[in-house]
Design a protein around this ligand. Structure first.
Ligand code: ARG
Length: 601
């Protein structure tokens, strides 16, 4: 690398800027017989001192029992040879402050922008990834608990797709088990005359569903309550579940109706949130595989009988917490949530042989996933290299800090949250006096985009595992760390570039003439790091931070530097190019976050 740097003045972009600088500084340490890892370069906390800094000399000195300043000085001398630093300064007990030459910086940005992914894909080996997210349930309207699963899951899906991974996204519908039996019996109480309940009748059944989604949402809580008071009803529901799973025609036909109308209902929510699924599978899809799996596990000695139930022991010696066995089949023959999840893993292995499976599900299900993953490994249900991860998340609270509830203590519907956000967005847009510039259709489109951006950015910008308060007033502000603000920054650049096009201006060679331009370039150069961090830990908040830093830096640039008003034609052309690059990157990141930018607003 040193050779190419010396010859060409800089490295072809094979790694991110921080990695490149760290590698070079590492070489300088290595030349002193010190470990190259001391060469780690970070972004400077105090920009007036330098753009970057390396503090490794201190630790290196301790290790080598030498004077840190002496080491730092020798590192600096070595670094000077590379010819990419405009300033290298030794500070304090042995810190090295660094500033790049404009040539190097501009060249780096040119290289980044030549690449469709801003070099984020460099060094990434494409994988086959399954993202299991959304996870709605039959007969239960999607609620606040599904908001985060959908927003985070879709973001991770987009991030993987952007990286060039092959992504399979499965909604994994909750469509099996006792709730289905409860619903069947509840409907029977209401309409016993229907064909679905006649034991010897095998069809044809009516094409239309005997119940509506709205009815289902009343029927389910009613059935659930009834089963708690009436043991005979519960028993009947259990046996209906069993019959359903064993293929009783009328029950299957009724179940299919319930599943279809419920799925249809969730599609509206998923469309509003821009979520995309390649598979609309569910727990029920495992029905035929479960007996096959159970018999293999028994034959190969992985399962055992415990208190009449079929279980897989998953406790390990090193466990600090209690790790109960995974129950696969209860004594009455019923299969469990863990059974369908384990069977799903086997089917995914068979169909796709994935490199990773990510489950974007509420953090409170962590024990369940731990048990399922351990069972999958123990029973060879999945290839040994496959990475299984529960990507958990915290809860959405009200502004009072308690879990979000409706006024009468009920579950908040996902749809209500979305429509509230869009309404709040409209209010903000109207209050800002922006509304009358658009006809009704465009205004609707803009308010929808702003409302969705508000809840998505608010959700994604939190640390994934933390809880957060659902505060629409804060989320929809057109300033600071909000979705609408990031979006607005992009719209402003778009409108400026439109004006430039009207004036027949074209962009030109990138130059660094003002500090604000350099700072903006440095912000642009940080994308590969942000993407890498988001990818390795499944943390979209890093991308939110990146886009925020970028829009902040753009504001600084726009404040300090004339663009359309600049007299010098070369500088004007360069600034137009910088604006176009910034817009491209903001839109790219917002797109990964699932935020759409309107043409104007
Ligand atoms: N339906 C479940 C729920 O509402 C989420 C399903 C998550 N995915 C899975 N493979 N278990 O909590």
């Amino acid at each position: 690398m040193q050779e190419t740097i010396q010859k060409k003045g800089r490295d072809p972009v094979t790694t991110s800027l921080l990695q490149q600088l760290s590698a070079l500084t590492g070489q300088a340490f290595a030349a002193l017989d010190l470990d190259p890892s001391y060469g780690k370069v970070v972004v400077s906390q105090r920009r007036e001192l330098g753009q970057f800094q390396c503090n490794g000399a201190l630790a290196a000195a301790k290790q080598a029992k030498q004077d840190p300043r002496k080491i730092a000085k020798e590192v600096v001398e070595k670094l000077e040879e590379f010819g990419i630093f405009a300033k290298l300064e030794l500070a304090g007990p042995g810190f090295i402050n660094m500033r790049l030459t404009d040539d190097f910086l501009v060249g780096h940005i040119n290289d980044l922008t030549d690449d469709e992914s801003f070099c984020c894909r460099t060094g990434h080996t494409p994988e086959k990834v399954i993202v299991d997210f959304g996870g709605p349930n039959v007969a239960k309207a999607m609620h606040v608990g599904h908001l985060r699963a959908t927003i985070i899951g879709e973001c991770l899906r987009r991030l993987r797709a952007f990286m060039g991974d092959e992504v399979i996204s499965d909604v994994h519908f909750g469509d099996w088990g006792l709730p289905m039996g409860l619903l069947i019996k509840e409907i029977e109480l209401d309409k016993p005359e229907l064909d679905y309940f006649k034991e010897d009748y095998t069809g044809p059944y009516s094409e239309a569903s005997p119940v509506t989604v709205e009815e289902l949402q009343v029927l389910y809580p009613a059935a659930s309550a009834r089963s708690k008071e009436d043991p005979a009803f519960l028993e009947a529901a259990r046996s209906a579940t069993f019959d359903l799973q064993n293929g009783r025609a009328g029950y299957r036909a009724l179940w299919q109706h319930m599943r279809d109308i419920s799925i249809n209902e969730t599609k509206t929510d998923f469309d509003l949130l821009g979520a995309h699924f390649t598979e609309w599978k569910g727990e029920a899809d495992t029905n035929d595989h479960i007996p096959v799996m159970l018999s293999r596990l028994e034959k190969e000695g992985y399962s055992e009988i415990s208190d009449g139930a079929v279980v897989v022991q998953v406790a390990e010696e090193t466990d600090k917490k209690d790790m109960p066995p995974l129950i696969l089949q209860k004594s009455d023959g019923a299969v469990m949530y863990g059974t369908t999840d384990l069977a799903t893993i086997e089917m995914r292995e068979h169909d796709h042989s994935p490199n990773s499976i990510l489950y974007v599900v509420d953090a409170r299900q962590s024990l369940h996933f731990e048990q399922v993953f351990r069972a999958a490994r123990k029973c060879n249900s999945i290839n040994a290299d496959c990475h299984l991860e529960h990507v958990g998340f915290g809860t959405v609270n009200g502004t009072d800090g308690k879990p979000l509830k409706t006024r009468d203590g009920g579950v908040v519907r996902l749809r209500a949250l979305i429509t509230d956000a869009i309404q709040e967005a409209r209010k903000v847009i109207e209050e800002a006096g922006l509304a009358d510039r658009f006809d009704a259709a465009e205004l609707d489109d803009i308010t929808e985009k702003v409302g969705i951006a508000a809840i998505k950015y608010a959700d994604l910008s939190n640390q994934r595992m933390s809880n957060y308060a659902f505060d629409l007033e804060r989320f929809t502000k057109f300033e600071g760390r909000t979705g609408p603000y990031q979006m607005y920054a992009a719209v402003r650049i778009k409108s400026m570039l439109r004006k430039a096009a009207e004036q027949k201006l074209s962009d030109g060679k990138l130059l660094a003439t003002e500090e604000a331009e350099r700072n903006l370039m440095l912000a642009l150069a940080a994308l590969p790091e942000a993407v890498q961090a988001a990818l390795s830990k499944n943390t979209p908040n890093v991308l939110c931070d990146h886009v925020y830093a970028l829009t902040q830096e753009f504001n600084g640039f726009y404040h300090d530097c004339q663009v359309l008003g600049e007299e010098n034609q070369e500088i004007k052309a360069s600034r137009l190019r910088l604006c176009a690059i910034t817009l491209r990157q903001i839109e790219l990141v917002l797109n990964i976050l699932g935020i759409e930018v309107p043409e104007r607003m």
